[in-house]
Design a protein around this ligand. Sequence first.
Ligand code: ATP
Ligand code: MG
Length: 366
Amino acid sequence: APPSKRSYTITLLPGDGIGPEVISVAKDVLVLAGSFEGITYEFREMLLGGAALDATGVPMPDETLSVSKQSDAVLLGAIGGYKWDKNEKHLKPETGLLQLRSGLQVFANLRPATVFPQLVDASTLKKEVAEGVDLMVVRELTGGIYFGKPRGFGTNENGQETGFNTEIYSAHEIDRIARLAFEIARKRRGKLCSVDKANVLEASMLWRKIVTELALEYPDVELTHMYVDNAAMQLVRYPKQFDTVLTNNIFGDILSDEASMITGSIGMLPSASIGASGPGLFEPIHGSAPDIAGQDKANPFATVLSAAMLLKYGLGEERAAERIEKAVLDTLNRGFRTADIYSAGTKLVGCKQVGEEILKSVESHI
Ligand code: ATP
Ligand code: MG
């Protein structure tokens, strides 16, 4: 049967630096890949970050949040740049992104780390260790020590200054992130590794208990547990052992950056932030790269792959997502590279041309 016609509203937040260049490519790829699956879109482009500061005086205008909330998914380029680095905190582009994330109530951050066979030499690890790595870190994003109360500065009984934070998780917060991780593991290779510090921290003991109980509902997923110190070591020792990694806010912050360096190609890595209901936020992990902005040098693959995550995890349109993922591999196979992933024997091209080549790959139905 022909696919039914489906229509989605997508908010585009190009942001600053290379953001507009990579978003423009990703938008075209979304449209073309969608057209083969009977999908149409209504795009609404809004201001965020430095672009919003310059135009409106605030890094996240109310309208940006309300339009984002009313849409089916949000695709973000990148925000920030030298120009606003000295601004006060409430007038920094990065503050706008934090406000958007909390406004959308996205509690889960999904960060795949894939070593593409064509780019294995970019890895910081030895070839035989890096080859074939394809893992996903699922990080809890709105709880834990970054938000726990009480927090602050004080004085101890000896009159010494102190600083303190609280690691706190409720059963509900653990359950919802763990469920999502089990669902993702199920769609991947069926392996879930939950990372905690249950030998020391009570919040981790509860974490492990709830994840273990939940595993009964997912008999098809193989669950293991690992202490975070060991996980940090295993990630560089033998990363291929991981499929889906579930962890809390602070451990996930650290481990997802570690995992991304295994791949060595910051321009290739997408991310997704998802809430209980409402639209997800999809963005490349890299920043606004002001050093190369406006020069057609940006690598758009990470944003294109973020658009694939938008289809898969944001809209449930897995076939269209697969079309994009395959087109990315095909474009790499045909040798097209931006400067950041260039190596001898491949074809050095700009952001726009990589975009055109990805479109050709989508078109050729590979
Ligand atoms: P953040 O904005 O998160 O603080 P950052 O300033 O630490 O990020 P990026 O903006 O990601 O870092 O840039 C780091 C380096 O990587 C820069 O030299 C930049 O040019 C390069 N880079 C980042 N993203 C890309 C990309 N998509 N294509 C090519 N080069 C990139
Ligand atoms: Mg930066």
